[in-house]
Ligand binder design. Structure first.
Ligand SMILES: Nc1nc2c(ncn2[C@@H]2O[C@H](COP(=O)(O)OP(=O)(O)OP(=O)(O)O)[C@@H](O)[C@H]2O)c(=O)[nH]1
Ligand SMILES: [Mg+2]
Length: 313
């Protein structure tokens, strides 16, 4: 691994961090703070997609802190204050993966088309492999022609077994075969790639429900995780998807993919506030190890760091 986890996270969030730093430097001159400065701060925070509630709370507490002379009006003090405010609102630990009491642990990876499901399945496979687990991936996206080949390449990269299917096969039968193979082979984790697009939303949801029943019959308590992948670059739209899916499927966690390509990294914080499902992983690139467990405090640190990209690394 070229970078340690924190450097990777900082690199992934560099665009958001830079937008915050440059924005705050452009607003606060160090002398005094006017109401319009506070409006601009609130707008800046909203552009990172951290949510209106967070942005308004921070505006008010910055205003209050300056009035009480607890902080001065220079950019560094304001940034440090905002960071502290956000950190205080977050839990310290990460939400860990729910492992089955006895293997295999079954993980469904769901989401609308193009958000990064298949890539996440590949990265998750490598993540569990690197922690000494044996992994089998199930190519249950039988809807899209190239999906199986794409997943096969990821399985090779991650060094895991894969159960393939013909295009158009029943996803539930692929799942069934995969679970049989995992039980017979004593695999620790089965990660199931699913289709993002079926004929319509009802069809997609029915298919996922059916897969849930098939998993439950084969392995007690399965699926142990149903992870919804969201494309961080879609900002508020990701929130809408999270609300829709969580109303239909019992989600156990979220994966925020493509954080590296966006200055809207605040979305992880808005999701924390609004959706009662924890973010468990974040995707910060297209390589096999560009996946990290989500630790909220580290995340906020990275949002306010001078990124490695800036220091020429
Ligand atoms: N920069 C970046 N690109 C990503 C990340 N995750 C996925 N991608 C890219 O996003 C595109 C779509 O990813 P897929 O994994 O195919 O998405 P999907 O949800 O499986 O798509 P469908 O199967 O068509 O629904 C690919 O070009 C990926 O390389 C990420 O964390 N960062
Ligand atoms: Mg896919």
């Amino acid at each position: 691994m070229a970078f340690g986890f924190l450097a990777r996270l900082r690199n992934g969030l560099a665009r958001t961090a830079r937008a915050l730093r440059d924005g705050v430097s452009g607003i606060f001159s160090g002398a005094s703070i006017s109401p319009s400065d506070l409006d601009r701060l609130e707008e800046l925070l909203i552009t990172t997609d951290m949510g209106v509630a967070n942005a308004t709370r921070i505006r008010d507490s910055v205003s209050d802190a300056v009035r009480r002379k607890r902080i001065s009006a220079d950019p560094a003090s304001v940034l440090a204050f905002v960071k502290q405010d956000l950190s205080a609102a977050l839990p310290t630990g990460s939400s860990v993966v729910n492992f089955a009491p006895s293997p295999p642990t079954v993980i469904f990876v769901v989401g609308v088309n193009g958000v990064g499901k298949t890539t996440t399945v590949g990265k998750l496979a490598a993540f569990f492999r690197s922690r000494g687990k044996s992994v089998l991936v199930a190519a249950a996206d039988t809807f899209r022609a190239a999906a199986v080949d794409q997943l096969r390449i990821w399985a090779e990269r991650a060094g895991t077994r894969i159960i393939l299917a013909e295009q158009g096969a029943d996803p539930s039968s692929v799942l069934h075969n995969s679970l049989d193979a995992a039980i017979a082979g004593g695999e620790d984790v089965v990660i199931v790639d699913t289709a993002g697009r079926l004929h319509n939303k009802e069809h997609l949801m029915r298919e996922l429900e059916k897969m849930g029943r098939v998993a439950q019959r084969a392995v007690p308590g399965a699926p142990h995780e149903t992870l919804l992948v969201l494309d961080a670059a879609t900002g508020q739209n990701a929130l809408v998807q999270a609300r829709t899916f969580s109303g239909i499927l019992p989600l156990t966690g979220l994966v925020l993919a493509k954080l590296d390509g966006t200055a809207k990294g605040g979305i992880a914080l808005a999701i924390y506030d609004e959706i009662k499902v924890p973010v468990k992983f974040i995707g910060v690139g297209e390589q096999v190890d560009d996946l990290a467990e989500f630790f909220p405090r580290d995340y906020v640190d990275a949002l306010f760091s001078e990124s490695p990209a800036d220091s020429g690394c």
